[in-house]
Design a protein around this ligand. Structure first.
Ligand code: NCD
Length: 325
């Protein structure tokens, strides 16, 4: 009996102590190293849980509203899988064109509706700040699954979790981000999260797709070193992480400009032959032409591992905000 009371106390304390219970996850700026360690620790447990048992009943009785105003394969299905593997249920809204959004319903009203049926809301939306708007109107936790060119915090969490798993740690790494640094929300979030660690940055992009000033300001303010270049050959030989991104076609107003830059960088066996033996190639996926299929079997190719880790990290995040981690 005493044992049981202690367990209940510990769970109650955890609800307060983990710092996530009932909270929105809108930006990576909410995370410090303690919080990252916590999420990574829970994600490790989730992996073991899935490998051993497949699923659990931790979130039984809980409902996730999965609201996607933009295309998604990995993010939406990994949030769904995460909820289902923890015994919860999902309201999937992937085709907003068939929802009342098409009738002209506002984001606040859609959120008010969904929060009355669910315990947590995941939202992807084309406008920067949309997840924060949703959170403003919701009393339930809101998780940002990509707000336009803004942020994609859970992607950055799974990216870092994968770096730790693949390279054993983060401190001291030289990280190159390559491609569409202007419109790529994953590199915005990843850069802002990496400033929690002593790392060095190389930003590789065409001039018109350089890292935005607000992200560079965060790097500057944290005292980190960074260099910017257009040529990936300037850094390929000495980076530990090569994080390449898709050129975000949907963000361009002039498609001729997109056509001109879309195939600027291609990771192929010739480029990989210049890279270190102990390094990793990452990509949030989907890829278009940025990584040749011939690289997929290179042991340094880490993008499919990122994708798998997404479910474990999202299981950890859902459990944390619902007070069950
Ligand atoms: C990314 C996104 O949506 O920002 N995809 C993802 O969530 N894994 C990257 C992209 O679309 O290029």
């Amino acid at each position: 009996m005493e044992q049981k009371i202690k367990e209940v106390d510990r769970m109650a304390a955890n609800k307060v102590d983990n710092g996530f219970y009932g909270q929105d996850i809108l930006s990576v700026s909410q995370f410090d190293r303690n919080k990252l360690d916590f999420i990574f620790g829970v994600a490790d447990e989730m992996r073991m849980l899935v490998e051993r048992f497949g699923s659990a009943d931790l979130l039984q009785g809980k409902i996730l509203a999965n609201l996607f105003y933009e295309p998604s394969t990995r993010t939406s299905s990994s949030f769904m899988a995460a909820m289902l593997r923890l015994g919860g249920q999902v309201i999937p809204i992937n085709n907003v064109q068939y929802s009342s959004v098409t009738k002209g319903e506002s984001l606040p009203d859609t959120i008010r509706t969904l929060e009355s049926y669910s315990d947590v809301i995941v939202i992807r939306h084309p406008e920067v700040g949309s997840a924060a708007t949703a959170a403003h109107y919701a009393s339930k936790p809101v998780i940002n699954a990509g707000d336009g060119v803004g942020e994609h915090p859970t992607q950055a969490l799974l990216d870092l979790f994968t770096v730790v798993e693949a390279l054993g740690g983060i401190s001291g790494l030289k990280v190159a981000m390559v491609g569409d640094l202007k419109y790529g929300r994953t590199v915005h979030s990843l850069t802002k999260l990496l400033v929690n660690y002593p790392v060095e940055f190389v930003f590789v992009s065409p001039d018109i797709l350089r890292m935005p000033k607000d992200v560079i300001d965060v790097v500057d303010a944290s005292g980190h070193q960074y260099t910017e270049t257009e040529d990936v050959h300037d850094c390929i030989g000495d980076v530990d992480v090569l994080y390449i991104t898709r050129v975000q076609k949907e963000r361009f107003t002039d498609l001729a400009v997109y056509e001109a830059v879309k195939d600027h960088y291609v990771v192929d066996p010739a480029l990989m032959s210049k890279a270190k033996q102990r390094m990793i190639v990452m990509h949030p996926l989907p890829r278009v032409n940025e990584i040749s299929y011939a690289v997929d079997n290179d042991p340094r190719a880490t993008y499919f591992r990122q994708m798998r880790n997404g479910m474990y990290v999202r299981m950890a995040v859902l459990a944390a905000v619902l007070g069950k981690a």
